[in-house]
Design a protein around this ligand. Structure first.
Ligand SMILES: Cc1cc2nc3c(=O)[nH]c(=O)nc-3n(C[C@H](O)[C@H](O)[C@H](O)COP(=O)(O)OP(=O)(O)OC[C@H]3O[C@@H](n4cnc5c(N)ncnc54)[C@H](O)[C@@H]3O)c2cc1C
Length: 254
């Protein structure tokens, strides 16, 4: 079925550039929305012109670690409201790292410097079905894609979370088939649960597959879709949102 897709003109991915701005945000609220996800809502007058044109945009977060230069990490603008001058970021909490440590300790009144988004990749064109694949670090981008999808849009999402308590509910009028992988203590770097879920997943014509997960997992999922399911690369975007055993490293658009 998917091979038919090689004959269909792929969607255009429009690269939209934004003026690169740095802003200093103040924490307005910080709460665990699930055991491993801390949602932080920030306010700042300069968010009046914040723009994020695609659900998988990222901003740079700057963390003071006492070194000469701050540590930089990429995060997804989960929600923003120009009128309220607010921005929400969801932090997947893992063992260690400056972003995680900062998010765990964050309290109202704390400040954080951010930059961007520098640009957005807006997928345009004849997408009839979205296949969204990711772990908890991609849950903000996947959640945004689902919540921003138009009424009746067709979406299948395969999402791995640390435990069943980390599943989320999305407000959407899209037609969404959510398939959760509860790792229940298993490592996030094993692609097997994703490959098992992809073996039989429907790939109707004009399916766009989006993947965000640990780099090895993302690459394995992408290769599986191409090699085992015949899905064209032109109908796909895969990124390593983090790389095991490497701090502050990602592999975008692999
Ligand atoms: C485009 C993009 C958007 C992203 N959006 C989000 C987002 O909205 N929310 C979010 O939580 N993350 C998001 N990420 C992932 C996030 O940037 C990384 O997980 C980042 O490494 C976390 O920084 P840290 O300081 O906590 O850990 P680091 O200092 O970077 O890493 C310390 C150690 O932890 C490991 N590690 C890093 N992340 C994880 C993890 N999630 N689970 C287990 N081990 C890990 C590293 O391999 C390293 O060994 C995004 C990444 C990209 C590329």
């Amino acid at each position: 079925m998917s091979q038919d897709q090689n004959d269909i003109v792929p969607p255009e991915v429009e690269r939209v550039r934004h003026e690169l701005k740095r802003r200093t945000l103040t924490v307005a609220a910080a709460d665990y929305i699930t055991p491993a996800m801390r949602r932080i809502t920030f306010v700042c007058p300069e968010l009046a012109d914040f723009i994020s044109a695609a659900p998988d945009d990222h901003i740079k977060l700057f963390f003071d670690t006492g070194e000469e230069k701050p540590a930089m990490r990429d995060y997804t603008p989960r929600r923003y409201d120009n009128d309220r001058r607010s921005l929400t970021i969801d932090f997947a909490i893992h063992d260690a790292g400056p972003a995680t440590a900062w998010a765990v300790a964050a309290r109202p009144g704390d400040t954080l410097e951010i930059g961007g988004p520098r640009g957005s990749a807006v997928v345009k064109g004849p997408v009839a079905h979205w296949l969204l694949i990711g772990d908890e670090t991609a849950l903000p981008a996947i959640g945004r894609r689902i919540e921003e999808a138009e009424a009746g849009a067709s979406v299948t999402a395969i999402i791995a979370v640390p435990s069943s308590d980390d599943r989320q509910v999305f407000g959407t009028e899209a037609d969404v088939d959510l398939r959760w992988i509860d790792r229940a203590g298993a490592v996030a770097t094993d692609p097997a649960p994703f490959l098992g879920a992809l073996r039989d997943v429907d790939l109707p014509p004009q399916t766009f597959a989006w993947i965000g997960a640990e780099a090895r997992v993302a690459r394995a999922a992408r290769n599986f879709l191409v090699e085992e399911r015949g899905h064209p690369l032109t109908w796909m975007n895969a990124s390593g949102y983090w790389v095991a055993d490497q701090a502050g490293v990602s592999e975008k658009n692999m």
